[in-house]
Ligand binder design. Sequence first.
Ligand SMILES: Cc1cc2nc3c(=O)[nH]c(=O)nc-3n(C[C@H](O)[C@H](O)[C@H](O)COP(=O)(O)OP(=O)(O)OC[C@H]3O[C@@H](n4cnc5c(N)ncnc54)[C@H](O)[C@@H]3O)c2cc1C
Length: 550
Amino acid sequence: MESLGSRLRSLINGDVFDDLETRKAYSRDTSIFERIPQSVVFPKDADDVSAVVRCVHEAKERGEDVSLAGRSAGTDMTGGPLTGGVSLVFTKYMNRIGAFGDDWAESEPGVYYRDFERETLAKRGMLLPSYPASRQLCAIGGMVSNNSGGELTLGYGKTNRYIRQLEVVLSDGTQTTLRPLSPRELAAKEAQQNLEGDIYRKIHALIGAHEHEIDSAKPNVTKNSAGYALWNVIDKKQQTFDLGQLVCGSQGTLAMVTNARLGLVRLKQHRAMLVVFLSDIGILPEIVRRVLKFSPESFESYDDQTFKLAVRFIPQIIRQFGVIQMIKLGFEFIPEMLLVLTGGVPKLVLMAEFAEDTADEALRRAEEARAALDGLAVRCKIAKSETAAKKYWTIRRESFSLLRKNLRGLYASPFIDDIVVHPDDYPRFLPELNQLLAGHHLLYTIAGHIGDANFHIIPLMNLGNPIMRREILELAPKVYRLVAEYKGSITGEHNDGIIRTPYLPLMYGETMCELFAEVKKIFDPLGILNPGKKTGGTLQDIEKYMIKHE
Ligand SMILES: Cc1cc2nc3c(=O)[nH]c(=O)nc-3n(C[C@H](O)[C@H](O)[C@H](O)COP(=O)(O)OP(=O)(O)OC[C@H]3O[C@@H](n4cnc5c(N)ncnc54)[C@H](O)[C@@H]3O)c2cc1C
């Protein structure tokens, strides 16, 4: 029998590689896992994607052990794009920005977000505000498939809010468009006698039959990428049914995304930042409560470890900027260096940024928020312009990349990297979380979206050490159980992948996970699209695919 690679080569216009060097180049993302794909395919267009999916589908029907996974920029922290099957990589050719409307733009999945933003700003003065902290590295396909969010999510929501329509390839190779459908359009889809018709009929019936379970399983938080977003499919107010909302955030397990029409917004032009230096975590909930009343556009944070590491890597940070910026930023960091030298590093730095149409208005709001903190034991500073705020943003945005690049032998290890609870639960939740972390002797940094109560805890570990790898398997379920007790989410934006899929029952319970398995079976009856993510993943997968060297 001809190899899968040769068969694919004869079917598509794009490239197919089977050599070990290329396969190894696509064996990692930014998670703690590695898997070498069987083949790496660079499709040229949606027809190529369709041909690959159809070929894998037919091979699976004949009993071959085959599957495929989409990959955009490969910056996922969960192992989401990693596969032992075909890695379908979009950044090489499927990187065209398409049509523009008044407040939307179309993009192929392999367009880097940074290029998309440059183009939408140039053409419309607008942008997609759900960009993640990896905005310089990630691509649109991954943002849609992870339902990414970031620093502006507090004010603007996650990627799913901006999906106008998705062009997708279903698991039998059919190409179709997903968008909000009226009841009449839905009935027409349901009448189709093919996989697409089956999907519409069965998902509609599943949601109808389990409305109560689905509603009550929804976590009590502002952001969630865990499981399948069944609660987003039907918009009761608009009377629409949109499978694009289910595919968004599904990590390529339900369909391959070949084009996305994405809504854009015009941001206010002027910003002022209230920076709060905090040493007593006990008053954090009160600070958050008071600051949120002033509706910051973003409300972010980083901890003392991140602070110290940033100071240690100042040369590397400032080297990324031009010479003049470098000199300016170098001077800006002097107070931080002094704090480290004198032992006065605050436990947490909070950054609340206020956006308005004029600089005066933005400053006024930041000052009002500062005044609201009177009487609390905090030190505050106002960064009056974006230049003054740059230092804080640099530390916040660059922390994970810095850790990945600079700590020899220690790997920035995301496995409890994206938990979310309701901000009202800080007073009880945080001490319990700290107690759990204290029981494990880990070096870790915490940065996050404090306004959404979304924490990125990134331990630094030597994965070559089996004791360290065991810590991961011991600590993850403890943290996730705690999050579940607070009806939080085990992932606000990074998604499930290899690392969290086995823990979804802790968050949602068995019944809801059975519904997720049913959803997967409806879309992908043969299980060829990124198997083991969202459903069917096991603890053995975590152990098997975890990186085992320094
Ligand atoms: C420093 C750093 C900071 C980060 N900060 C954030 C953050 O703030 N918020 C956040 O949400 N994430 C964050 N991430 C994680 C990640 O960067 C984002 O989720 C990003 O949007 C993923 O985009 P990507 O193009 O790299 O996707 P990939 O890694 O290529 O893929 C992500 C998932 O989508 C699937 N996929 C990709 N393309 C397609 C397609 N066309 N069709 C179907 N499935 C597809 C993949 O199989 C995989 O499961 C961060 C990562 C790093 C390294």
